[in-house]
Design a protein around this ligand. Structure first.
Ligand code: PEP
Ligand code: MN
Length: 341
């Protein structure tokens, strides 16, 4: 349920509602929009609560939220959420490109990738230091050493960095280095991890579980939001279907569907969704045309040598071309590439 305050309500009145919610055992989540100030009621509400809150000073209306996720819903917050990472703005009418290697393999390769991402106009550098692998004997990442390499790349290029965290016990470590914490598809319902990244104070990129309906995905986002972290970026990365000629099936319609249900920014991941290099550029363009606020893509100086996801990693030339073509689409749909970081 949300409490809608009267236009121009006093701070004292807003504080009064928050105080009352606390007394009743709820948490109030304040959102000051351009048009109205609303307070989301966090907790298990009951119908009579609406009457108790409606009589408080400054309250215009108390509206039940029909969806099981509250803070993530458009009903709670009609305006798009805009997230600042360094001087990059995610959401709010721009297209942002996160790009880099699937995994940080060697320092030399990662530095070359970082320079190329910067030169081609990318905004945020990706690199996995903790890798979720289907096969336990596959390369599982360099751990902290990988994060240190990313930090060096950030220092040289100025690009903010994003890296995956899989274990709640590693959140503090990854948050010490990364500007955005990535929660991978396989971890979307690791509720302990969601709580922990919610408390980290860092923006979170929440990938869609490859098996997850939109409602479960938004409920996963709700976990992070309920911890007081409003900076969640959603990422459509493909779902499992009967099709096997692509690695997953990119659910492009999820992009406008999520935009309707939620105020959170959403980006597309054409690399994991397709699993094939030749499909990355067309699906990147399609994601932007469908309304995505950005992309996350994989590239590598020598994809044949990549320690993970080489088959879907773009070459440097492929990434340059993607940036040009995505730039055209982004301009055409009125959400041009964000200013370079
Ligand atoms: C990744 O980004 O490298 C990754 C493992 O992605 P996903 O969680 O979407 O499979
Ligand atoms: Mn990958």
């Amino acid at each position: 349920m949300i409490v809608v305050m009267k236009v121009g309500s006093a701070e004292r009145e807003i504080d009064g509602v928050l105080e009352r919610l606390k007394e009743l055992g709820f948490k109030g989540s304040l959102s000051r929009g351009v048009e109205r100030t609303v307070i989301g009621v966090v907790g298990q509400t009951y119908p009579e609560l609406a009457d108790e809150l409606a009589v408080l000073e400054g309250v215009a209306d108390v509206v039940p939220i029909s969806r099981p996720y509250k803070l993530a819903s458009r009903e709670f917050k009609p305006e798009d959420t805009v997230i600042k990472v360094g001087n990059v703005t995610i959401g709010g009418g721009n297209t942002v490109v996160m790009a880099g290697q699937c995994s940080v393999d060697t320092e030399e390769q990662m530095m070359a990738t970082a320079r190329l991402v910067k030169e081609a106009g990318g905004h945020i550098l990706r690199g996995g230091a903790f890798k979720p692998r289907t096969n336990p004997y596959a390369f599982r990442g360099l751990g902290e050493k990988g994060l240190q390499i990313l930090a060096t790349a950030r220092e040289e290029t100025g690009l903010p960095i994003i890296s995956e965290v899989m274990d709640p016990r590693d959140v503090e470590l990854v948050a010490r280095y990364a500007d955005i914490l990535q929660v991978g598809s396989r971890s979307m319902q690791n509720f302990a991890l969601l709580d922990e990244v919610g408390r980290s104070g860092k923006p979170v990129l929440l990938k869609r579980g490859m098996w997850a309906p939109l409602q479960e995905w938004l409920l996963a986002a709700e976990y992070v939001l309920a911890q007081g972290n409003g900076e969640v970026i959603l990422c459509e990365r493909g779902i499992r279907t009967f099709e096997t000629s692509t690695r997953f099936t990119m659910d492009l319609s999820a992009i406008p569907a999520v935009k309707r249900l939620s105020h959170l920014p959403i980006i597309g991941d054409p690399s994991h969704a397709t699993g094939h290099r030749y499909l990355v550029e067309p699906m990147a363009m399609a994601s932007v045309a469908a309304g995505a606020d950005g992309l996350i893509v994989e590239l590598h100086p020598n994809p044949d040598q990549a320690l993970s996801d080489g088959a879907q990693s773009l070459t440097f030339g492929g990434f340059r071309q993607l940036m040009e073509r995505v730039g055209e689409v982004a301009k055409a749909v009125g959400r041009p590439l964000a200013a370079a970081s």
